[in-house]
Design a protein around this ligand. Structure first.
Ligand code: AMP
Length: 399
């Protein structure tokens, strides 16, 4: 089974309903777009379809709107930004995603033009648990177009109307970004070049438990950092002071370490830490060995761990990184995270980075061009690596 390539589609003079993931991060106070990576990564698909003579109707969600018409989550600003990214293309915006007004706009849309529909999650039918309701809604969306293309990898783990049902109604294809994401991840889980090293960090073991369960079977080495390291250390009865620990996950953390050892895969935990007397850059700070004294909390991996992890990474042929090694938003606790980015930039092999924080740190260090692939899907990437099927991808597979 494979994803049908967009290159084979005849879309001249046709209207294409293109599901994109323009769920971009917004500034908390001004609600302006802070990072347009997801939009930029979809441009090759958009440009290819336009070049082939299609008229594009773009569908996306933005955030998790509580109610219809939440102005801060309107896609209008995204449409305005898209027009800047495509200065030679006419980009229209429709304040409705279904109904008479959008039908008229779609009808009048010319080849080479784009119509961006309002935030699809303003409509409760999009995410409805009732399949009939989702199907009826998808039919209305599909009535605007002749072909459906999904390039929204970041939303492919959701069985929502514009992701799943639309693909069943119209002739449907995978966009270039979605196809590339799947190809990279598929290789990673089925046939990675070895040694394969996974670097996993972030705040919680709980959110990455399932992916770790799977990775301990596949990766030759797993390097653990971030606050989740303290739950793992604590599960081995190592003192962690007042570091963040998820007590209810201690036994599962313990079992994951065992599972790695049973499969003869290395699971490395920090051997030293940068600790602080409180969660602040202005607190008393020092470097300690593996056990953290009372009154201090782990904020970043220490220099020995940085070196040890960097050595393992540099010898790898495949590296997957998801999650920061410390509270990298504070400069004093950012060295561990940046050391990973630097070590990965020297790898002679495949390097894949996923997760908003890791990508942000990578961009800050100016090393993003040195990576093989930066994954746009947070939840979707993790679910794929957990071994789950993504509904938005399954529905596009051709036998
Ligand atoms: P996640 O969303 O689970 O990937 O976690 C990312 C967050 O983990 C970032 O905001 C980091 O500041 C935070 N983090 C990383 N290391 C630590 C730590 N040692 N203590 C507290 N928070 C941390």
């Amino acid at each position: 089974m494979s994803l049908t390539s967009l290159e084979q589609v005849d879309c001249s003079g046709k209207k294409v309903l293109l599901r994109v993931d323009f769920n971009v991060p917004l500034d908390k106070s001004t609600h302006a777009i802070t990072d347009d990576t997801r939009m930029v990564k979809t441009l090759p698909t958009i440009e290819l379809l336009l070049k082939r003579g299609a008229a594009l109707i773009l569908v996306s969600h933005l955030g998790r709107p509580e109610k219809k018409g939440d102005a801060t989550l309107s896609l209008e600003k995204v449409a305005t930004h898209l027009a800047k990214l495509l200065p030679n293309t006419k980009v229209h915006f429709s304040p409705e995603a279904v109904g008479h007004s959008v039908e008229k706009l779609a009808h009048d849309l010319k080849s080479g033009e784009i119509l961006v529909l309002e935030n699809i999650r303003f409509y409760k039918e999009e995410t409805s648990k009732d399949e009939k309701e989702r199907t009826e809604f998808a039919k209305k969306l599909c009535s605007l177009a002749d072909i459906y293309v999904n390039d929204a990898f970041g939303a492919a783990h959701r069985a929502h109307a514009s992701i799943y049902e639309c693909a069943k109604i119209l002739p449907s294809y995978a966009g270039l970004l979605l196809k590339k994401e799947i190809e990279v991840l598929e290789k990673l889980v089925t046939n990675p070049q070895r040694p394969f090293v996974a670097v996993i960090g972030g705040s919680k073991v709980s959110s990455k438990l399932a992916v770790l369960e799977n990775l301990v079977l596949k990766a030759d080495s797993i390097l653990i950092g971030g606050a989740m390291a303290y739950t793992f250390l604590k599960s081995r009865l190592i003192e962690v002071g007042s570091s963040l620990v998820e007590k209810e996950y201690l036994s599962q953390a313990f079992q994951i370490i065992d599972k790695a050892a049973y499969n003869k895969h290395a699971m490395l935990l920090p051997e030293d830490h940068i600790v602080a007397s409180e969660f602040s850059e202005n607190a008393k700070i020092k470097t300690v060995k593996r056990a953290i004294p009372d009154g201090f909390m782990g904020m970043d991996i220490g220099p020995k761990t940085r070196d040890a992890y960097s050595r393992v990474i540099k010898n790898a042929k495949t590296v997957l990184w998801n999650g920061p090694m410390g509270v990298f938003e504070m400069k004093k606790f950012s060295q561990g995270t940046f050391a990973i980015a630097k070590a990965m930039s020297k790898v002679k092999g495949t390097t894949i980075v996923g997760g908003g924080d890791s990508i942000f740190a990578l961009t800050q260090s100016g090393l993003e061009d040195k990576m093989t692939h930066i994954s746009t899907g947070g939840g979707a990437t993790l679910e794929y690596l957990e071994g789950k099927k993504l509904p938005g991808v399954e529905v596009l597979l051709r036998k």
